[in-house]
Every structure is written in C-alpha cells, then in structure tokens.
Design a protein around this ligand. Structure first.
Ligand SMILES: CC(C)(COP(=O)(O)OP(=O)(O)OC[C@H]1O[C@@H](n2cnc3c(N)ncnc32)[C@H](O)[C@@H]1OP(=O)(O)O)[C@@H](O)C(=O)NCCC(=O)NCCS
Length: 233
C-alpha cells in the first residue's frame, strides 16, 4: 500500500545554552566557523543537535559524522545545503534563532526546516518583502500578537520549502506562495524562474518555545508524519 504510506520526519528542538558537551561534538571546521561568530552558542547548539539526532537515527557516534555542502545555485561545495556523507537516503535540515535550534531528519526525502522568532516578524515592510499580492488578503483583520504569529507561520512555511529544495533565499519568497495562516499548510503556487519542486508536503511544527513558529517541508508526494521531541538541556 505504497500510496498511503507517510514520510516520517523526526523534529528535535533545543533551547540555546552554552554547553561544553555540545562544543566537544563539533569537528574542526565547525569549531572554526563557531569562532568567527559574534555569539557562538546558537551555532554550537544547532550543530551539536544535528549530530546528536543523526547519530541516534543513523546509529553512529555523533562526533564521527561527516558532512558536505552543495549550492543549488552555483554548485560550489563551500556553501549551500548540507548533507551527511556515507549515509545514503538520510536527509536533514537545521534552523536556529538566538534562543532556539530545530533539526528535522527524514529518510528517503529531501527535507527543510525553518524556525522563526515572532519578534523578527515585527516590521513594517513584512508583506512587501515576503508575500505575493494575492497572499496579503489572508492576513486581513489580524493585529498585534495574532498578526506576528500569522507572519512567522507563513514565513516559516516558505523558508522550509526553500530549504528543502536547497535554493534558500536566492529564490524570492514572495514568488513561493503558501497557504494562508489559518489554512492547512501547502504550497499554493511557484512563480520563481527556478524549476518548481515536483511534489512537496509542508507541515507546521508545534514547539515548546511559545514565542517561535516552525515548519517542515519535504520533497514527497506522501503525507508527513511529524514526530517532535525536545533535546534535554
Ligand atoms: C539557507 C538560508 C535560507 C538560511 O537562512 P537563515 O534564516 O539565515 O538561517 P537558518 O537558521 O534557518 O538556517 C541555517 C542553516 O541552513 C542550512 N543551509 C544553508 N544553506 C542552505 C541551503 N541552500 N538550503 C538548505 N539549507 C541550507 C545550514 O545548515 C545553515 O546552518 P549553518 O550556516 O550554521 O551551517 C540562507 O542562509 C540562504 O538563503 N542561503 C543561500 C545563499 C546562497 O545560496 N547564495 C548564493 C550563493 S551562489
């Protein structure tokens, strides 16, 4: 009954903390990148979380995992969407804010995750920067906290899609139309020049961090089964 199977996406959330145990999991390349950050803790929490979750699911020592990157735009291996080396079929995505890191892992489907802090959605030009004209109606009547929630929700859906495809924000998010904040998550239209993903499923993710919203997208025709957990501090 392949037609009714779902793709399982394991989503793990962690609060950002300074943790020597997290730091000890990173490889020299990650440590060098962490050192270049003004505040390293979100990066360290995020990358350690990737290693812990993948280590668990793939069945390896988290510190031994190796990653590579590939840019969907210029094909460089120095930036772009990261993937696991020597673990065929496994896909993951990472997103973090100053306070929260979220990782999504799937087997057999490219996956993207995005987490947004509500306060980052609190700016005048939000609609112009992120929405297509025909998406604006979905926000009518919303004010205050509700408006920020709606913006963060829709923004997370769009960015999750663009992280699943590997384009990132090279594609203008206003050309990637998703369902409105009160509707079930879905890709509604793709108006970018880059090729539209064949099939894509989107799911909102309920986090413990009440002031954040998150979404997952996967390149699959199957429905998603989202399994959310929180990494103990
Ligand atoms: C990917 C992107 C949307 C992330 O946005 P963000 O809101 O700043 O950050 P998030 O916390 O949600 O995600 C960051 C993580 O996404 C992952 N990532 C980076 N590029 C990615 C891509 N193209 N697709 C999917 N995931 C990507 C990495 O794990 C990254 O973490 P790291 O930088 O610590 O390694 C943004 O950085 C972007 O658009 N990058 C593409 C830039 C690009 O390709 N330029 C053209 C070069 S030719």
């Amino acid at each position: 009954m392949i037609g009714t199977m779902s793709v399982r996406v394991v989503v793990r959330e962690a609060g950002v903390v300074d943790s020597p145990a997290d730091l000890a999991l990173l490889d020299p390349g990650e440590l060098a990148r962490a050192e270049r950050k003004g505040r390293a803790a979100p990066f360290v929490t995020g990358h350690a979380l990737v290693r812990r979750v993948l280590g668990e699911l793939v069945g390896c020592d988290p510190a031994q995992l190796a990653f590579e990157r590939r840019c969907a735009t210029c094909n460089s291996d120095r930036h772009g969407k990261p993937s696991l080396v020597d673990a065929p079929g496994w896909h993951f995505s990472l997103s973090y804010t100053p306070d929260v890191a979220v990782v999504a892992v799937a087997h057999g489907a490219d996956v993207g995750v995005d987490v947004e802090d509500l306060t980052d959605a609190d700016f005048e030009g939000f609609a112009a920067a992120t929405l297509a004209r025909d998406e604006v109606d979905g926000f009518e009547g919303l004010t205050g906290h509700e408006l920020l929630e709606a913006r963060a929700r829709v923004w997370a859906r769009k960015e999750a899609v663009l992280k699943a495809t590997g384009h990132g924000l090279v594609v203008d998010p206003s050309e990637v139309l998703v369902s409105g904040p009160g509707e079930a998550p879905a890709l509604v239209d793709w108006r970018a020049e880059e090729p539209r993903p064949g099939t894509i499923a989107i799911a909102d993710v309920d986090l413990e961090a009440a002031d954040h919203r998150a979404a997952v997208a996967a390149l699959t025709a199957q429905p998603l089964e989202i399994v959310v957990g929180r990494q103990p501090a």
